[in-house]
Design a protein. Structure first.
Length: 196
């Protein structure tokens, strides 16, 4: 049995529409397959969709906690890609705007591409101002935009970078800045905020 997580726009199981984003998609549809047969399906809310930073890293850890071995999304930022790889999760780029069932069937038939590097910019979904990001809100870019926002930046975006180090066993992530912390840490070593 293998668990596959597909970035989704809605919580409608196999009929949910796939989402382009990995770290900031609204939902994940987790599909358990045995060989080429779908056995179980569940939809879960993405707990890191509104994270200030480190959404991709937090989403990767969430996938590992769910027992997921394969992820399918349209784009992965560099931090998400690195974290997923460190957790031993296979990363595939899939079609957006189709049903989860169609995406899973394409994976099972060998028609999806396993990727070897990030496919999107850092902080995709958090863009504001003249940036490369696709805004979650109204956006202040120069065009119609994509994703959940109305604006798509045209120039020099700004974002808070989060470095990714190999994931330590039992590691936790700061909910404020996304930094990896020791399992027993009470305060974040990056931003100093309390972890509990």
């Amino acid at each position: 049995m293998v668990k596959i997580a597909v970035s989704s726009q809605t919580p409608h199981g196999l009929e949910a529409i796939t989402d382009m984003r990995f770290g900031r998609c609204p939902f994940y549809t987790i599909v358990e397959v045995d060989g080429k047969n779908i056995k179980n399906v569940k939809s879960v809310e993405n707990p890191s969709i509104n994270a200030f930073g480190g959404a991709g890293i937090q989403a990767a850890q969430f996938m590992a906690n769910q027992g997921v071995k394969v992820v399918i999304a349209g784009n992965y930022g560099p931090n998400a890609f690195s974290a997923l790889g460190n957790l031993g999760i296979e990363i595939y780029t899939g079609p957006t705007g189709v049903t989860v069932k169609e995406a899973v069937e394409q994976y099972l038939s060998g028609n999806l591409t396993r990727i070897a590097g990030a496919t999107g910019p850092s902080h995709m979904g958090m863009g504001q101002g003249m940036g490369m990001g696709r805004g979650m809100g109204m956006g202040r870019g120069m065009g119609m935009g994509r994703g959940m926002g109305m604006g798509r930046g045209m120039g020099m975006g700004r974002g808070v970078g989060v470095s990714v180090s190999p994931v330590a066993e039992g590691a936790r992530y700061c909910p404020y800045c996304g930094a990896q912390t020791a399992p027993d840490a009470r305060f974040c070593s990056q931003c100093g905020k309390p972890l509990e």
